[in-house]
Design a protein around this ligand. Sequence first.
Ligand SMILES: Cc1cc2nc3c(=O)[nH]c(=O)nc-3n(C[C@H](O)[C@H](O)[C@H](O)COP(=O)(O)O)c2cc1C
Length: 134
Amino acid sequence: MRYAIVYVSTANKNLEKAEIKKILSSSKKWNNENDVTGLLLFSEGNFFQIIEGEKKIITDLFKNINADDRHHNILQIFGKDIHREAYDGYEADFVSDEAYFDPEKFQHYLNQIKVLDNPSQKAVENILKAFLIY
Ligand SMILES: Cc1cc2nc3c(=O)[nH]c(=O)nc-3n(C[C@H](O)[C@H](O)[C@H](O)COP(=O)(O)O)c2cc1C
């Protein structure tokens, strides 16, 4: 059974840019090695993440993430069973330096969430829009 969790969180104030890049790159590496797909974005002091994969792997990973003191205000948007196989790898990106909304990138991110059912896709799309534009 595959499972997906989507959440947003606030990065700790003292978190250096280099530390954030390290989180993004180590997550990408571990997730790709463990068949975890999804998206991790950092923008304006906040994280937005989708993790999708084998249920136990995802719930254990989320416990780790929850306990990580590099961020707080972890707000889970949903956690649900997924009935379609993921088809893409893991994306980790820094969007804070983007002064404008890049439709191509947005479309690319949307492709990452195609494993979700329609209402969930819509919800994530709206959050992504808010996350990337403001
Ligand atoms: C916002 C955020 C997102 C993270 N996402 C992942 C992730 O997707 N995959 C991952 O392996 N670690 C991720 N981590 C790091 C984990 O919290 C944790 O450090 C990692 O699982 C290693 O745990 P361990 O030191 O107990 O082995 C994330 C950390 C933060 C702050």
